[in-house]
Design a protein around this ligand. Structure first.
Ligand SMILES: Nc1ncnc2c1ncn2[C@@H]1O[C@H](COP(=O)(O)OP(=O)(O)OP(=O)(O)O)[C@@H](O)[C@H]1O
Ligand SMILES: [Mg+2]
Length: 219
């Protein structure tokens, strides 16, 4: 699925001041490619990602996903069918096992049990976790393993656009390289559109294209 930014701006309006966090940004992200967005703290990366995830709509301009503006998308449907977000702190359900976390989107969609289990196994293997992880709880896993479970859950959801905000922010260089390799393979092998926000030059190096933000705009 493609995602296009058309002269997108976003301002946080406070009581005393307005912050223009994203300022007239345009770009066409293509399926099958892995992009990195880099830039200093406060340059507008998370704000832009939130707009692409449909958590808020631009104050000016449009974001077109699968031919439709995020203003027209039903927010729940957008999150369920088109865009999924991976976070620095993994956001797994702490009381659910690895397998339950992975199958959660399938259970929500009422996918029959047998099919859901088969798919959960397939995506777990895809992120290089063995069956011995199925019944473990997230708190008992390493950061890299938790992030792989989060990616498997995204895969189970079948989303076509994957947005990641500092997905390797808590990981060492070996785990970072592995996670980025898996994210890039979702673009190259599965045709997803993958966009990674990162501070880490090593992450940006693995991406197909690098976009740099400064004061809300590309440089
Ligand atoms: N909820 C908010 N209310 C007001 N201003 C905000 C809010 N969130 C972010 N900002 C401001 O918007 C600008 C962009 O912030 P954003 O979080 O998008 O930056 P970032 O590039 O993700 O930074 P970091 O690398 O530190 O995560 C900053 O000036 C920030 O202070
Ligand atoms: Mg941020």
């Amino acid at each position: 699925m493609s995602i296009s930014l058309k002269n997108v701006s976003y301002s946080y309006r406070g009581k005393y001041q307005t912050v223009r966090a994203v300022d007239g940004v345009s770009y066409d992200f293509e399926p099958g490619k892995c992009y990195a967005i880099i830039g200093k703290s406060g340059s507008g990366k998370t704000t832009l990602l939130s707009l692409m995830a449909g958590l808020d709509v631009p104050t000016e301009g449009e974001i077109i996903i699968d031919g439709k503006s995020t203003k027209q998308w039903n927010r729940n449907r957008l999150r369920r069918d088109a865009v999924s977000v991976i976070y620095q702190n993994y956001n797994l359900f702490p009381l659910l096992t690895v397998q339950e976390n992975i199958r959660y989107p399938l259970d929500l969609k009422k996918v029959p049990r047998k099919n859901a289990t088969e798919l959960a196994v397939k995506v777990r293997e895809r992120v290089e976790l063995s069956a011995s992880y199925d019944n473990r709880l997230p708190a008992h896993l390493s950061g890299g393993e938790q992030q792989r479970v989060a990616i498997a859950r995204t895969l189970a959801q079948g989303c076509k656009i994957i947005l990641a905000d500092e997905p390797t922010g808590n990981l060492d260089s070996t785990n970072t390289a592995n996670i980025v390799k898996i994210l890039c393979s979702l673009a190259h092998d599965d045709g997803c559109t993958v966009i990674i926000v990162t501070h880490d030059p090593a992450v940006a190096e693995q991406a197909d294209a690098v976009l740099q933000m400064k004061d809300g705009s590309w440089i």
